[in-house]
Design a binder for this molecule. Structure first.
Ligand code: DHB
Length: 495
């Protein structure tokens, strides 16, 4: 890669001088890392040093009250031998050793792999001095191992003006981090056969993609360019909150869902464009060939009823059930579109859309005609900051960057970024356990994104725990403790 910024690979951490020598018989690093990298540095730089931690004691609040957790913390470890930018290509590890004064042995515990990517932006853990995300904190308070990876993101530009964090950089980095963990099985604490990915929004998209694309060879060239560890990147289970994914189909999905909701201007978006995009989505939805009990094949004719009965009404029911009688009465009197029979909420799709109100995004939501969307930048290349990734927006370009066809690298990158591609291929190496959530007031993407992701996995026979949070906005996580419990259930782990 011509824009690669080579830096010396540093081993960080308090015991950096005592880098472990690989055990005799362990084959490391001479074949996959390229001729320019010596086997010594490649083997040492991908070898987890079990002694290079700091011990930290902290109080973590959980559903079961506050817990005093003592844990071992490994600060930023570069997870590839030939990083482009190790500020992003590094991870931290947190391993509990005692909880409320009781010794914990996390040797065989599940490993929560919690990314903190947002907006497809760069995310770094390189200056973290402790376990960071609340999800990772809850994991160690439950006796699990938490790995927090950084990853390159779309806005990174090197001194030549090249964008070096655009697609597929983030997923390649996260896969490299998974490979690092797996490569160090037996030395890194935790059960590397029980890696559970997690992330929200763009991070939810990447988590879903890690789960769906596990073991795929599509990324191999990118991974070997980085000197990723010679190990598989399959994962056991995946948590994804409001995933901003299926990007090349998301403009149509968005219009099908939110097309008549007012934009921030107060008026509807152009309804001719909206109708064009909806027509594309109809074809796409049918092409998925998804089926659901009581519905048969899900098409745009029954998708609204399906989402209503599967997600929206149960979300409202659960919300209302949990309210006090007085609060429920108050809520229902200001939301008269809901019929409450004493135990269940019912309403129409159209009243639900009115209830949500203003849509967050303009049209098209993801491949903007003027290339102004975050996702246009995500598909940037070299010195080009932003590109089209759908034929429709290319044909309607207003940026002066139109053309007769998408750039030739785009189709492969769309596949590498889309979990639906790998699910459509029935990738047998995918995660088989899924936790999927979004808020019913989240119009950062269509509800169909979550609906189709969950249903396509169910149709493959996976174990899918999916639901929506009533009235919750973008980024919500209203049952974080339940996710942690679910990890224990699906991995069969009891500490
Ligand atoms: C995120 C939100 C968006 O609306 C989007 O288009 C991409 C990413 C996010 O919050 O990560």
């Amino acid at each position: 890669m011509k824009h690669k910024m080579k830096r010396r690979s540093l081993i960080k951490g308090i015991a950096a001088a005592a880098v472990a020598v690989p055990a005799a018989g362990l084959v490391v690093g001479t074949h996959a890392f390229g001729a320019t990298t010596s086997s010594d540095s490649s083997s040492s730089s991908l070898t987890f040093d079990p002694d290079a931690y700091t011990e930290i004691t902290t109080t973590i609040s959980t559903d079961d009250g506050d817990k005093e957790v003592t844990y071992h913390f490994w600060s930023a470890i570069t997870y590839v031998t030939d990083p482009v930018d190790e500020t992003y290509q590094s991870l931290t590890v947190s391993v509990p050793v005692s909880i409320d004064g009781t010794t914990v042995d996390a040797t065989d515990a599940p490993i929560l792999f919690a990314n903190s990517v947002g907006g497809y932006l760069p995310s770094s853990v390189s200056s973290n001095t402790a376990v960071s995300s609340s999800r990772a904190q809850l994991a160690i308070a439950a006796g699990y191992v938490a790995v927090e990876p950084g990853a390159r993101g779309r806005t990174l530009v090197d001194s030549s003006g090249d964008y070096y964090g655009t697609a597929p950089a983030a997923i390649v980095d996260l896969k490299a981090a998974i490979r690092y963990v797996r490569y160090n099985a037996g030395t890194i604490p935790g059960d590397t056969d029980k890696i559970v990915t997690a992330g929200t929004s763009a991070g939810g998209a990447l988590s879903a993609l890690l789960g769906a694309s596990g073991g795929s060879s599509l990324y191999d060239d990118y991974l070997s360019d980085l000197g990723a560890a010679d190990a598989t990147d399959t994962v056991y289970a995946t948590g994804a909150w409001c995933p901003i994914t299926d990007l090349e189909n998301a403009d149509g999905a968005y219009e099908w869902n939110w097309g008549t909701n007012a934009a921030s201007s107060g008026s509807e978006v152009d309804q001719t464009t909206s109708a064009d995009l909806i027509a594309l989505f109809k074809t796409y939805q049918s092409s998925l060939g998804l089926t659901a009990d009581d519905y048969g094949t899900i098409t745009t004719d029954n998708l609204d009823d399906y989402l209503l009965a599967t997600y929206l009404e149960p979300a409202a029911t659960s919300y209302l059930t949990d309210l006090s009688d007085d609060d429920r009465t108050t809520y229902l009197s200001s939301n008269t579109f809901i019929t409450w029979d004493g135990s269940a909420a019912t309403f129409t799709w159209s009243d639900y859309l009115d209830h949500v109100g203003t849509r967050t995004k303009s049209i098209p939501a993801f491949d903007a005609f003027d290339l102004s969307a975050a996702e246009n930048n995500e598909f940037g290349l070299d010195t080009t900051e932003a590109r089209h990734f759908t034929d429709y927006s290319l044909a309607n370009d207003t940026s002066g960057s139109g053309g007769s066809s998408l750039d030739s690298d785009i189709p492969a990158k769309l596949e590498m970024m889309n979990p639906m591609y790998f699910i459509g291929q029935s990738n047998d190496d995918r995660a088989k356990y899924w936790w999927i959530r979004t808020g019913t007031k989240d119009s950062d993407t269509a509800l169909t994104i979550v609906g189709n992701l969950a249903l396509s996995l169910e149709n493959l026979g996976d174990t899918v725990n999916s639901s929506m949070y009533w009235d919750a906005a973008h980024g919500a996580d209203e049952d974080p403790g339940d996710f942690i419990t679910w990890i224990g259930t699906v991995t069969g782990y009891t500490s």
